[in-house]
Each structure stands twice: as C-alpha cells, then as structure tokens.
Design a protein around this ligand. Structure first.
Ligand code: PMV
Length: 339
C-alpha cells in the first residue's frame, strides 16, 4: 500500500461582520453573510493518513490526547461527509494540534475543520476547487469555510436550499493591509458552556432583536467592504464593534438568557473606551466566549498592550497580523507492504 501523509497548517479567523444563526442546520447554511480576517498567530497543524487496512474506526488525536466524545463525534460526522463525497469507506488517522485554547471562542473549530478539509482533499486526491473546499469545510463548522482562505474573506450566505451558492471567497489577500493588527486578549481558556450551535439556535428562535441585527448587519457588510478597500481604519473598527454588539445584544436577550462574557470582558471594553479617549484608536470584537480581540493599527499596538498589562484577570495577550492562505504539505509517498 502506498503511504501518504499530509500536513496542513491553517489559521483561525475573526469575523468583523459575524455569522450567528443557521437557516439549515444539517447543511450548515447561515441566515446571513459574514466577513472575516485570518489570524496568523492562531494556527492549527493537522496530519492525516490512511488508517491500516481493515481498521473499523477513525483515530483522532486532538492536542496530544484522544478527542473527547462530543468533539470526536463531530469530527467523525464530518469524515463521514467526506467519505460519502469521495465514495470510500477508508478510515483515517487524524492528529491535530492548536497553538491556542480549544473551543474558548477563539475559532479553533474554524482552523481545525479547514485544515481537515484541505488535508483530506489532498490525501484522497479529490481535487476540489477553492470554492468547493469552502463549501465542504462549512459542513464541519460554518466559520471554517472562511479559514480555507487567508486575508479578508467573505462567506456568501447563498439563497439555494441545497447550499451550492453558500461559499467563501477572498476579497483581499493578507498583503492588502500590513498595518492592521489584532490584539487577542485571553481572559479564560476554558471551553464555553453553551456551544455556538446551541447558542445560535436559541438566539434565532427566541431573541426579539435577532431580525433587527440581520437587517443592520447586511448594511454594515456593504459599508465595511469599501472601508477595507480604502483602508479606512476608524470606519472598519466602528462597523466591526457595532456588529459584535448587535450580535451579543441578540444573544443576551435570548430565552433562556445566554451570556458569553465575564467581568474581565466588561473591564477590557471599558479600557478600550479609555484608550480612544486618549486618542489611541482601537475597537473590539468578541465571539462566543469571554475573550476579546482588539483591532488597531500597528503603530498603536504597544501602547494598547502596555495599558492592558496593568489590568488584572488577563491570562495572556497575543498580537496577530493577517494570515496568508493555509499551507498544505504532502510527504513524498513511499512504498509500504502490509503483512
Ligand atoms: O462556526 P461556528 O459554529 O464556530 O460559529 C462561529 C460563530 C462566531 O464565531 C461567534 C461568529 C463568526 O462569524 O465567526
């Protein structure tokens, strides 16, 4: 049997205009389009190979240990989708490692499923186009569709019931805006209590503010694309922050109430307000967890970090530029004989 071994490095992404809510849970079709930037500092490395002949189950090692059953099942369900597409019953050995906390609202599922999609496309030689890969990654985790590409990425919600027009595309590559910097402030490394899947369902079904957010967010999306094109930092920052606050307002007004923030989240939001009052422009965005990402220009990043370091309750601070496309490496195949 020919032994292939594929290694993919992919990057997490942070949505400036968020995705929150599905119109089809099975096909992972979103209620709205979203726009993100890749984060070069937050990466996932995934190795995949064929499991030995006659192996009945996939082997999944996440961050050095066998993945927990819920995560493992999510990954196996995704491998089943790929097996169906590639018309194979082959089992796989997947070893994946994040260089940042898993499932704490730092988009580990995005970089993880993007890496897995790219690795299996290469291992099974399915030869999907970039666009098709974004649709496949979407089935693992919606935001993973955006981590198939680096730079500034738009995930079109699409209209069709089969999801064939719900794909991601790169609007600008990672070299478009060198000065744009993201400061990632980690205040809690634990896994979130309510998964984004459940959180989305509850918000869509119960929040009285959800539809308003959808309408306003569509207008923000149009505006932010031109603001990114002209590198209008303040406008990009304001629109990003507004979209995040709109999403969390809908989340907070769900029944039962969902709150992904903690006291440190609020304290950092206050610090950001103070920095702006001192003429240091910076804006925040937050996903389904308490950790904050701050958008700023490179020239201001040290002053912002300096101020944050005086604050209690912060576990770590990372700085990121915009990520390039994921990197796919195929180890030279070598002949191996089964005994
Ligand atoms: O792809 P998921 O299921 O991890 O959902 C991501 C949701 C947010 O991170 C909150 C927003 C987004 O667009 O990434």
């Amino acid at each position: 049997m020919t032994k292939h071994n594929i290694t993919v490095t992919s990057f997490a992404n942070i949505a400036l205009i968020k995705y929150w809510g599905k119109r089809d849970e099975r096909l992972m079709l979103p209620t709205k389009s979203s726009l993100s930037i890749g984060l070069q500092t937050l990466s996932t490395i995934t190795h995949v190979s064929f499991s030995p002949h006659n192996t009945l189950r996939d082997t999944i090692i996440l961050n050095g240990t066998c993945a927990q059953s819920r995560t493992q099942q999510k990954i196996i369900n995704f491998l089943d989708i790929i097996r169906a597409q590639a018309k194979t019953t082959q089992r796989f050995t997947v070893t994946t490692k994040n260089n940042f906390p898993t499932a704490a609202g730092l988009a580990s599922s995005a970089s993880g499923f993007a890496a897995l999609t790219l690795a299996l496309n290469e291992l099974l030689q399915i030869n999907l186009s970039k666009q098709e890969l974004t649709k496949l990654a979407r089935r693992g985790s919606g935001s993973a569709s955006r981590s198939i590409l680096g730079g500034f990425v738009l995930w079109n919600k699409g209209e069709l019931p089969d999801g064939s027009d719900s794909y991601a595309q790169q609007l600008f590559d990672h070299t478009h805006w060198h000065e744009l910097t993201v400061i990632i402030v980690i205040v809690d490394q634990k896994e979130k209590i309510i998964s984004s899947r459940d959180g989305m369902r509850i918000t869509v079904q119960t929040s009285p503010f959800y539809n308003q957010w959808l309408t306003e967010s569509a207008i923000r999306l149009e505006k932010i694309i031109s603001a990114i094109a002209t590198k209008n930092f303040n406008l990009v920052g304001q629109l990003t922050q507004e979209d995040c606050l709109g999403m969390h307002h809908a989340i907070h007004t769900s029944v039962p109430v969902i709150d992904y923030w903690n006291p440190q989240t609020h304290a950092i939001m206050q610090t950001i307000k103070e920095l702006n009052e001192h003429k240091i422009p910076c804006y925040f965005t937050i996903d389904a967890g308490p950790n904050i990402k701050i958008l700023c220009l490179r020239e201001h990043s040290l002053a912002i970090i300096h101020k944050l370091k005086k604050q209690s309750g912060i576990q770590s601070i990372l700085t990121s530029t915009i990520a390039p496309n994921p990197i796919v490496i195929r180890e030279q195949p070598r002949e191996q004989h089964d005994h």
